[in-house]
Ligand binder design. Structure first.
Ligand code: SAM
Length: 305
């Protein structure tokens, strides 16, 4: 598979194998990291060496690490100081490993992105690669009895933090409003014709499907970005004619439980990748940022994530 198809072969190896010695210890604690190959694929496709790449919600800095490895300049903003510190450590680790490059991480709220990015970089960003948080808690890591001595499995590292203003901790409507604001801010720092790549996963809350990718598409439009493509990034490997799924323990459990009850849920083994371009005219007026609302389902029922 080349880089020309809308299906990105981004999991020929597992996430731990992709991270190997490239990320500092502690990075695994983040509950919703991007698969490094997704960031790398986007950076390779939409930028050239020397270009500036931004992740306004950079977590532990996956986008930044992959950008530096590909000889791009990297800039990140992260709300939680714990993740911002790890992102800085990962940037420093990468610069040491590849013996070149640079990256900067600011701890702050990306809804005020332009205040966190030096004025001389406004209008200079070639590419934004980011993913919104999905849900208050994510799958996290699982430890079994032989590791913990406790009965049953113990789940750790499934929270982004405890700050109620983190966009992971607000309602889906508020998340999308906040994300739209971030995209409006991204427009101010992007160069004309620059690209925004957002990866999202369809996810379930209380058993009901939240079509986050479609809502993000509407949020991007509302922010005045121009939708260009919708691709699929594989989280499963390919061996011969088979997909090799790489589900988390809880994903597998939820799907098994649902199927036992006769609900034919699937293991989600892809990310939707939404690609927007920044209009050439910086003066184009963004649409109202609530435009995505009609697309969101009401939540209800209990069950599976
Ligand atoms: C899906 S995670 C991004 C993970 C990242 N791509 C990585 O690989 O580490 C989303 C991140 O957005 C951060 N976040 C939430 N609200 C934010 C805000 N208002 N401004 C900046 N970052 C925010 C969360 O703390 C979380 O780390």
């Amino acid at each position: 598979m080349s880089d020309r198809e809308s299906v990105w072969n981004t999991a020929p190896t597992s996430a731990p194998a992709q991270r190997a010695d490239r990320y500092v210890p502690g990075s695994n604690a983040h509950p919703a990291k991007m698969l490094p190959a997704i960031a790398a694929h986007a950076i390779r496709t939409y930028t050239k060496p020397g270009d500036l790449v931004l992740d306004p919600m950079c977590g532990i800095g996956t986008t930044l690490v992959e950008a530096i490895r590909l000889h791009r300049r990297a800039l990140g903003v992260e709300y939680e100081s714990r993740w911002a510190r790890l992102a800085r450590a990962n940037v420093a680790h990468t610069v040491r490993q590849v013996e070149q490059g640079s990256g900067r991480v600011v701890c702050g709220d990306a809804r005020q992105l332009t205040q966190h990015v030096d004025a001389d970089l406004h209008g200079k960003v070639a590419l934004v690669v980011t993913s919104p948080p999905y849900g208050r808690s994510a799958h996290g890591r699982v430890h079994c009895t032989s590791e913990t001595g406790e009965r049953g499995v113990v789940k750790t590292d499934y929270r982004y933090g405890r700050d109620p203003h983190n966009l992971a901790h607000v309602t889906t409507d508020q998340l999308l409003d906040g994300f739209s604001k971030i995209l409006v801010q991204c427009r101010a720092v992007l160069r004309p014709g620059g690209t925004v790549v957002v990866t999202t996963r369809p996810w379930r809350t209380h058993g009901e499907l939240i079509d986050l990718p479609s809502a993000v598409l509407a949020a991007g439009r509302a922010a005045g970005l121009v939708p260009a493509e919708r691709c699929v990034a594989l989280l499963a490997g390919i061996r011969g004619n088979r997909l090799i799924a790489r589900p988390s323990f809880f994903q597998m459990k939820n799907v098994r439980d649902a199927r036992r009850q006769g609900i034919p849920l699937h293991l989600v083994q892809h990310e939707d990748v939404l690609i927007f371009t920044c209009p050439d005219k910086p003066s184009a007026v963004p649409r109202p940022i609530c435009a995505h609302r009609q697309q969101l389902p009401k939540t209800g029922r209990c069950g599976y994530r």
